[in-house]
Design a protein around this ligand. Sequence first.
Ligand SMILES: Cc1cc2nc3c(=O)[nH]c(=O)nc-3n(C[C@H](O)[C@H](O)[C@H](O)COP(=O)(O)OP(=O)(O)OC[C@H]3O[C@@H](n4cnc5c(N)ncnc54)[C@H](O)[C@@H]3O)c2cc1C
Length: 538
Amino acid sequence: MASGSGSLMWFRKGLRIHDNPALEYAAKGTRFLYPVFVIDPHYMEPDPNAFSPGSPRAGLNRIRFLLESLVDLDLSLKKLGSRLLVLKGEPSEVLIRCLKEWDITKLCFEYDTEPYYQALDLKVKTGASTAGIEVFSPVSHTLFNPADIIHKNGGRPPLSYQSFVKLAGQPSWASSPLSITLSSLPHVGDVGSCEISEVPTIEELGYGESPQDCFSPFRGGESEALKRLRESIADKVWVATFEKPKGNPSAFLKPATTVLSPYLKFGCLSSRYFYQCLQDVYRNVKRHTSPPVSLVGQLLWRDFFYTVALGTPNFDQMRGNRICKQIPWNDNDELLATWREARTGYPWIDAIMVQLCKWGWMHHLARHSVACFLTRGDLFVHWEKGRDVFERLLIDSDWAINNGNWLWLSCSSFFYQYNRIYSPISFGKKYDPNGDYIRHFLPVLKDMPKEYIYEPWTAPLSVQTKAKCIIGRDYPKPVVPHDSESKECRRKMAEAYTLNQKLKGVVSEEDLKNSRRKLEEHPEQEAKTKRIRQKPVG
Ligand SMILES: Cc1cc2nc3c(=O)[nH]c(=O)nc-3n(C[C@H](O)[C@H](O)[C@H](O)COP(=O)(O)OP(=O)(O)OC[C@H]3O[C@@H](n4cnc5c(N)ncnc54)[C@H](O)[C@@H]3O)c2cc1C
């Protein structure tokens, strides 16, 4: 048995010292404090069969970002007289063993709305409570408590941003300053026989040399988050005039938005602290933009999706999800692979997918473009498949926000104007006529003249030869012809919407099969699909 009673602070997200109510409570009135992070092999161990380096659930960039965040947290804890205890294994088993071994009387961790954590936390809470251990699990990942908003709305989540904002009002904590610094923490007690390690390196986790083409420019950790936040808010005019969706999705040397999403995802940055800093800027300028387009408006979008996700059973799938339109998406894995592997033949789409793979982050409108292209715009592939790719590769991958935005972009929920399709050619050209973004992420096209950079298959052979890029050999021809396929997608969406209306959201498997068959039996469409599979256009 270890040296006496103490508190255990279980870090999962919330990888920070500032504004961390669970950590503060854990540190209060205790002799020993055990700050713990459990490495779940399921999340971290390499998957040799994955299409790109990483584990089954996370790409290498996000694993690296997490490890960097843990190293930074450990350093901060050390400055306060403590350290991070890293353990490995199934988290609930590891935790319950530690609680016993260290004679813990108080267990603290941030409340999490994700289904994975809801199930895990229930196991841990039950184990701890049965042993008479106090459990403190405050809501501090979001501005509001999503459960409070659902309660205020009579037990159902608000389904529009406007109604969400109205219900939410001002956050209760906003009027008093948040706890930003801690001067010291209680020591770590005896760790007994528990196997503790330092934060592992990416190599120690079993990943070989990091491939050069998978290296995000964004470093993880609270220190980096606070630095980035300070830099973002230093330009008061920029903050005051911020308006989304305005902004250039192709800006990569200096992105048009804050790139704070991965830090918010892991809780290296408190969304509440971010919110207070923005309010401070607003107080010091004559006028500023407002939700939904302002920066505070972006944080409210985040809370909106957290609230709907918590209150919607099966939020992350089409089947059994009452807010999701039932659409007979195709399961064409070949089409999916061309999209995922940046082989669609549309440089704007492929460059974005390369940025996803290399950086794990892209601008919001770039995400719009590729999500629309995969689903209702061109390929008509199921949004859940695109969601999975984003979920694994984004460094800011966030269960509620990612699913919410895929539902949105595929016109399955929240947004229903399926006639408005992003052109994979003209949309990017509007922002970047020279195609610098494409040239950077797709160097094979770097010498293609600007007239052809968005449609290289239209370049005469002499131009392709001069640019050292023959279409169909060095870079693919378009996987589908956008003009006709987008028309076809609109037709399928119209048909699916009519069916959904008829069925009022209750669709049986049989109905779905029938509707899929109807679409496939359309002779005109069948002929076209065959033509496309055999011979890509261009
Ligand atoms: C298909 C698709 C999938 C997406 N998946 C994710 C995801 O997994 N994780 C994620 O954080 N964002 C996701 N987004 C939302 C958005 O694209 C990113 O939050 C944003 O681009 C992050 O960049 P930023 O931090 O510079 O944003 P900023 O514009 O600087 O906004 C500040 C913060 O507000 C929040 N925010 C901004 N836009 C949104 C939005 N539309 N919905 C919810 N919160 C928002 C983010 O936390 C962001 O960091 C997705 C968007 C699409 C279209």
